[in-house]
Ligand binder design. Structure first.
Ligand code: 13P
Length: 266
């Protein structure tokens, strides 16, 4: 049974002065033991968020990590520097692909570094609007998966708790979401790519696939109603405690239904 995950990507919002309070408020308003919760604040807010979340089971994630262990990389942050601050990391977000020109190959190196450093990775993939309109969405996402995952050890990734987030670029911050049916079809295409092209076989079924792109408490239910979708990677709405409370409450319904279905079939 795959976990149900709500991951908050705070992007370049909050400061060390206010991030801890926001994290504590969200933790208190989203206490649903069945749901895996993760908050990913900016690097400089990690310590405040970690402290605020101590004693809760909300995990802390970083939004990026450098692929090298250490060295002359001005302005960058190593996996070792995240030890004790974060246990998850978002990799290959489309805003980094766009602004920092991250390639699939580089993202693959970051993934290897994250996993060898004990960080749980969320690999982001997703097509641009023109690519979807040209009927190329699955092809584009499959190429991103190949670029980042080719040659990686499946068992190592699975034991690191590897997660994929499907975030269509045109749905991020636009208020426009993919349809639940399209998102579910992509989640299935992602697992088919892992299973067949990348030779993961049945192990592909173990990988949680999240949907991201204008997720709110009002629309998350449509995505969670799809068996192939295991939660959300949430930007704007994750900064609002009411929204987080609504999303996690809805996720708990799916998590309980899955647990019940597993129990019945066992
Ligand atoms: P929004 O929820 O603001 O559209 O952002 C989605 C996202 O990019 C999460 O990583």
């Amino acid at each position: 049974m795959r976990p149900v995950i709500i991951a908050a990507n705070w992007k370049m919002n909050t400061t060390p002065a206010d991030a801890g309070e926001l994290a504590a408020t969200i933790a208190a308003r989203t206490e649903e033991p069945e749901v895996v919760r993760v908050i990913c604040p900016p690097y400089v807010c990690l310590a405040a968020v970690r402290d605020a979340l101590a004693g809760t089971n909300v995990a802390v994630g970083a939004q990026n990590v450098h692929h090298e262990a250490a060295g002359a990389y001005t302005g960058e942050i190593s996996a070792a520097a995240l030890a004790g601050l974060a246990t998850w990391v978002i990799l290959g977000h489309s805003e980094r692909r766009r602004d920092a020109l991250e390639s699939d190959e580089l993202i693959g190196k970051k993934l290897a570094r994250a996993v060898s450093s004990g960080l749980r990775p969320i690999l982001c993939v997703g097509e641009m609007l023109a690519e979807r309109e040209a009927g190329r969405a699955v092809e584009v996402v499959a190429a991103q998966l190949h670029g980042a995952l080719a040659g990686k050890d499946i068992e190592t990734l699975l034991s690191a708790g590897f997660v994929i987030a499907y975030e269509p670029v045109w749905a991020i911050g636009t208020g426009r979401t993919a349809s639940a049916a399209d998102a579910a079809a992509m989640a299935e295409a992602i697992r088919a790519t892992l299973s067949a092209d990348l030779r993961w076989g049945a192990a592909a079924e173990q990988v949680p696939v999240l949907y991201g792109g204008s997720v709110t408490s009002a629309n998350i239910g449509e995505f969670l109603a799809e068996h192939s979708i295991d939660g959300g990677l949430v930007g704007g709405a994750s900064l609002k405690p009411d929204e987080m409370a609504g999303m996690v409450a809805r996720a708990a319904i799916t998590a309980r239904a899955r647990a019940e279905a597993t129990g019945k079939s066992a």
